[in-house]
Write a protein that binds this ligand. Sequence first.
Ligand code: HEC
Length: 156
Amino acid sequence: MRLTVLFTALIIGCSTTPVASPPASLPYPSYLPASAREGIARRMGRHGTEMAMMLWGVLLLDVSRLGPLADDIADRRNESDEVDAELQRLLPADFFALEATIGVAARELARLARAPNPDAVAIARIYGAMTETCVRCHDSYMRGPRPAAALLQGGP
Ligand code: HEC
């Protein structure tokens, strides 16, 4: 019985998920308590999907969709100071610096997209820079805060 359920789930999973589709989420890092999960999810919102949707606007020179999506990435905030303080304590300092960096880049992208004659290449360049920031933040998030000794030595 269990096997039938398992195989059915696998068949449904295989038929609805294209082979090349990316994984839907980052693993939850072991250094974080379960209590922080909801606050993190709320803070991050749908930024991955928004960035993926922006890709088509950048590639196909359809700038009309870029402004609101970029604004949304830049506006990402927590709802309460309490959750904010908890996350500040738990997450690496880099995390917040990178969040600020991507916010500034997203604002700039939105500004470029709303210009009277949008510069497609300038938009692509800033989109590329944002992508690097995405990866840096995921890397920092998964590694967690660095021990003070490693910071002093400038080590990994
Ligand atoms: C400030 C740090 C930070 C930045 C910058 C960042 N991410 Fe994330 N990202 C996260 C965290 C934290 C999660 C895990 C959220 C969760 O588990 O609820 C996440 C999750 C994701 C996911 C998994 C699905 C989801 O939405 O939970 C995708 C896809 C993703 N990010 C894409 C991106 C892209 C693309 C960018 C660049 C625009 C980006 N991220 C920038 C921190 C960041």
